[in-house]
Design a binder for this molecule. Structure first.
Ligand code: HEC
Ligand code: HEC
Length: 429
């Protein structure tokens, strides 16, 4: 039947609007503070060479993680604003991460819970919010945005033309008496901190906190956490999972033991319990860090706890937490721009395929050790696994020999593929 455009157009527009509103996020009106956080998150000007935003390493199109398939396929760590500098870890998703509580130690189960970063070092104690503590770090990290001074971030945010500016959202925060004769823009291109009077410094610290809290507010907003995956519609009874996806979900919760850490129950599961574990992930031989330090070992949470600035009580627990990394969300784990786009998994990006990840959980303890630091591809081809990056504190109770068949591994992958946001608008039957 030929549709009569004039009659159907209004109806058509209304149904599009309805479909969009269902994808949540899409029609969510951000509050002014969330809007400010969003502008900051996507602003490349807030880096030493004006070439890097948070989104450069946390792109919504690839599940709020690294957007460069070539990098993901190899070292999986991203260049900073200064192109010769690299971090040594893979960017985790910046979505569904803001729910992580302020880090605490649960005595009963002897577990650290909460905090931000793979190693939890942004505990949330400073600003009362782990995501906000985290958000201050990249700006000053030499291998990320690269500023030597928070004053530079504050200066550029205060001079940006955001619709919801810092001054508008938090009146007074940009009322800063910059010393006469100081060319802040020029000084911020250098690698030294600015010399500022104490009262100006205090003011800047306060504004820098406001900036971090705005980013955290955006990261906690429905736009970043839309819960609009096929799985979410399934939970609401608005779509069905295929037989394979359903079987995968059952394995995820049962024989695969995945939900013991990637919590899957409740109405809006986050697929993490914000605890830490050492899965025995092999070192990623392509990580550029080894060119600088061949003996580099990522000790994760234990490495953070061990630091002199950590409280004495926690320091004592460092040894028992070496090699542990935070359980990441699995939401958007398969979100990619095309089926060929390579993503990297785990703190060091060792894995490039979800099948490889599941196969590792399934067979870590039953395959022979590879004779060298093999990549995932080579290890799969040679039917071996390289030893763990950190041998201590290996979790052998919940993984290693799951006795899943090849088909069952595939089903678990099929289930994880239902966790990508933006399902409703394109695929709902
Ligand atoms: C050069 C790439 C890069 C840039 C730029 C960058 N990040 Fe990240 N991000 C990372 C890496 C790598 C990690 C993990 C680092 C670690 O755990 O030590 C990370 C971790 C995070 C996490 C922790 C998530 C979790 O579950 O623990 C959040 C949230 C985040 N970044 C947000 C941001 C924000 C906000 C900005 C901008 C202010 C930003 N990132 C800029 C690479 C980047
Ligand atoms: C004992 C807790 C635990 C169990 C059980 C577990 N995971 Fe994980 N998972 C983790 C931790 C911790 C990490 C991060 C480890 C690292 O980077 O070293 C992780 C990482 C992942 C990642 C990579 C995420 C990313 O952003 O890079 C995937 C995918 C994953 N798990 C899927 C699964 C599946 C599928 C199962 C079941 C077969 C499972 N996990 C069982 C704790 C667990």
């Amino acid at each position: 039947m030929k549709i009569n455009k004039t009659v159907y157009l209004p109806f058509f527009i209304i149904s599009i609007i309805l479909a969009y509103s269902q994808t949540a996020g899409a029609l969510h009106i951000l509050t002014p503070v969330e809007q400010l956080g969003k502008s900051i998150f996507f602003d490349k000007n807030l880096s030493i060479n004006k070439n890097q935003a948070c989104a450069s390493c946390h792109d919504p199109a690839t599940g709020w993680t690294g957007p460069d398939a070539e990098i993901n396929a190899h070292g999986a760590v991203y260049q900073g604003s200064v192109s010769t500098r690299f971090g040594e870890r893979k960017p985790p998703s910046a979505a569904y991460a803001a729910a992580s509580p302020i880090m605490y130690y649960e005595r009963k189960d002897e577990l650290f819970i909460g905090g931000s970063f793979w190693d939890g070092r942004a505990t949330g104690e400073k600003l009362g919010n782990a995501a906000a503590d985290q958000a201050q770090d990249p700006f000053l990290n030499p291998v990320e945005h690269g500023f030597a001074d928070p004053a530079c971030v504050v200066f550029r945010v205060c001079n940006a033309d955001y619709k919801y500016s810092l001054e508008k959202v938090y009146p007074g925060e940009c009322d800063i008496q910059w010393p006469l004769g100081l060319d802040v823009n020029k000084a911020c291109g250098a690698s030294e901190a600015l010399t500022l009077p104490v009262n100006v410094r205090q003011k800047i610290n306060q504004s820098f906190n406001a900036i971090a809290l705005a980013i955290a507010a955006y990261e906690a907003s429905p736009e970043v956490n839309p819960y609009s995956s096929k799985f979410d519609y399934f939970l609401k009874g608005e779509t069905e999972l295929s037989i394979e996806e359903k079987a995968g979900f059952d394995l995820f919760n049962g024989k695969g033991k995945c939900s013991k850490c990637h919590i899957s129950d409740g109405r809006k599961p986050l697929f993490t319990d914000f605890t830490y574990d050492n899965l025995g992930v092999p070192a990623n031989p392509e990580n550029p860090v080894y060119k600088i330090n061949a003996d580099y070992i990522d000790t994760g949470l234990g490495g953070f706890l061990e630091k002199p600035e950590t409280s004495g009580e926690w320091q004592k627990l460092a040894k028992g937490n070496m090699g542990k990394h935070k359980v990441p969300t699995l939401r958007n784990i398969d979100k990619r721009t095309s089926s060929k786009f390579v993503k990297a998994y785990m703190h060091n990006g060792y894995f490039k395929t979800l099948k490889g990840v599941v196969h590792f959980y399934n067979t870590r303890d039953i395959k022979p050790a590879c004779p060298g630091l093999y990549t995932e591809e080579k290890a799969l081809a040679e039917n071996c696994w390289p030893g763990p990056e950190v041998k201590a504190n290996l979790n052998s109770e919940e993984l290693g020999d799951l006795k899943l068949t090849d088909k069952e591994e595939e089903l678990i992958v099929a289930f994880m593929e239902t966790l990508s946001d933006g399902f409703f608008s394109t695929e709902k039957k």
